[in-house]
Structures are given as structure tokens and as C-alpha cells.
Design a protein around this ligand. Structure first.
Ligand SMILES: [Zn+2]
Length: 276
């Protein structure tokens, strides 16, 4: 077991002090909800974290997760355009058919055209962009061009919209207004600008909010102010873990008075509309 795997061992996460929390979570998952995790990583990161496909599957199984959107970490092997780490994700998808929705990751500063095409032809289901790790602004013209390419290819994009971000809403809005068909998942719910994001993106139905690693107050604000059919659960494994992130999402939803009938959507059906 690697260090990351030990931290994620499901028996550790659901026993001891976590036992009553996990019990609380399980009581609230509506029956027959095939949970869909909209944000998880396979591979290795510059910071030493790792996650294997098999490790991911074990965690999914233990926490009733049926499907996960997976993509590369900020991989030390990324070199130019993430082709190696993207291959790792694709292999995971091929070795575990039906369980992973593979996204590819790119660096807008590099020559991404060929890797974009290669991944689209291969059958990847979406694109992941991380403005902090790859050091770009969301309105950088090379990033905007990628958003346009994704819109044209009918490829959903998940962006890191969490820690380390200063400008999200203002930088994204022109792209969203100019490409209304672009399907966008705001990773970490754009928590640094949560109220503004919820207000400004309310009229843009192809923008959805993913809940991983946002803080309790921000998740509460999101659930209290935004259409619950456009909020989806994410774990950010290996940074988050399934029991804790499920707890955070369900607790915030309950505190904000979200009705039970919406929980199945948040945990599964909302994101499943894009990846049936
Ligand atoms: Zn992540």
C-alpha cells in the first residue's frame, strides 16, 4: 500500500471516529442511487500523491459509487502535453469498462492541437483544465481557444475552480456567453466566488457545479441559492475521500433544506444526463 492508499483505506475511513458519520451518510443515500463521482484522479502528482485504477475501483465499490469521471493529476511525467498520463487514464477505462468516464488533460501553454485530436479520436469523454497547476488565466486566448474546440467537438470540460484561483466568473463569462453549447463543470464549485458564480451562471444551463473540497459554508450557500438540478457530487480523490466528501455534500444539502427528491440528482442523475 502506498501512503495515499493507506490514507484512503476504506475500512479506516468508515470505522472508528468515522463510523457514525458513514452511517449517517448511508442513511441519506436514496435507495438505488448509483452514485456518480464527477471529479477523481488516476496517476501520480508532482506532490507525491498517487491513485491506481484498482485502488479507485475498491473505494468506489465500498462507497456505492458506480461511475467516476477520471483524469490525470499534475503528473511529473506530463512533459509537454500530458500524453503519457492521458494514456494511463485511457488504460484504466479499457481495463474497467463501464466504471470510468475518461477525460484528458492538457496544458494551454503547450502545443496541444495534436494531443486534443488524438484524445478526441480515441474516444475520451471530456477535457480537464487546471489554471493553477498549469499557470494560466481562464481568459487567456490559448485557453479560450481550447474551450471553443471542446464546444465544437461537443466535449464537456471540467476546470479546477478552487484553491489558488482569483478570477473565475469574470474571466469565464465571455467564453460562456460566446459558446452557449459549451458544457462546463466547475470543479470545487467555484467556491472562492460562490455567490457571484451562482448568480451570474444561473442563466447558463450548461454550467454545472461540482462539490468536492469546497468548505461547508460555501456548499451551504450554493445549495441555498442555486438550482439543485445543476449541482453534482465530486470527491477529488486522492485529495478528498468518498466518505468525507459524500458527508460534506449531503450535510450541506440537508442544512440548506434541499428536498430528498433532489438528492438522487445531486449524487448521480444530474451528471448522468451528460454521460448516460
Ligand atoms: Zn482535482
Amino acid at each position: 500500500m502506498t501512503e495515499t492508499e493507506k490514507q484512503h483505506d476504506i475500512s479506516t475511513l468508515t470505522s472508528g471516529a468515522m463510523a457514525p458519520i458513514w452511517e449517517w451518510v448511508e442513511e441519506r443515500i436514496p435507495p438505488d442511487t448509483g452514485i456518480f463521482d464527477a471529479h477523481a484522479h488516476i496517476g501520480e502528482d508532482l506532490d507525491g500523491r498517487t491513485m491506481t485504477a484498482d485502488g479507485m475501483r475498491e473505494r468506489m465499490k465500498a462507497a456505492h459509487v458506480k461511475k467516476s469521471i477520471v483524469f490525470a493529476l499534475n503528473d511529473p511525467n506530463a512533459l509537454e502535453v500530458f500524453s503519457g498520463p492521458n494514456d494511463v487514464v485511457w488504460r484504466a477505462h479499457e481495463e474497467h469498462p463501464g466504471f470510468f468516464v475518461p477525460f484528458f488533460r492538457l496544458n494551454p501553454h503547450k502545443e496541444y492541437e495534436r494531443e486534443f485530436e488524438r484524445c478526441v479520436e480515441r474516444g475520451f469523454s471530456g477535457l480537464k483544465l487546471h489554471p493553477v497547476s498549469q499557470k494560466f488565466e481562464l481568459d487567456d486566448e490559448r485557453a479560450v481557444r481550447l474551450f471553443e474546440m471542446a464546444a465544437k467537438a461537443d466535449l464537456p470540460v471540467i476546470i479546477h475552480a478552487g484553491f489558488g484561483m482569483n478570477r473565475i466568473v469574470e474571466a469565464l463569462l465571455p467564453t460562456i456567453e460566446g459558446n452557449p453549447e459549451l458544457r462546463l463543470i466547475l470543479g470545487h464549485a467555484a467556491f472562492v466566488e460562490i455567490l457571484q458564480a451562482a448568480r451570474v451562471f444561473a442563466d447558463h444551463p450548461n454550467v454545472i457545479f461540482e462539490t468536492s473540497v469546497a468548505r461547508a459554508a460555501e456548499l451551504y450557500e450554493l445549495f441555498a441559492s442555486f438550482d439543485p438540478s445543476r449541482i453534482c457530487f465530486g470527491s477529488d480523490i486522492p485529495y478528498g475521500d468518498l466518505p468525507s466528501t459524500l458527508y460534506a455534500t449531503l450535510a450541506a444539502a440537508e442544512a440548506a433544506g434541499i428536498e430528498k427528491e433532489h438528492l438522487r440528482g445531486i449524487l448521480s442523475e444530474n451528471i448522468r444526463r451528460w454521460f448516460p
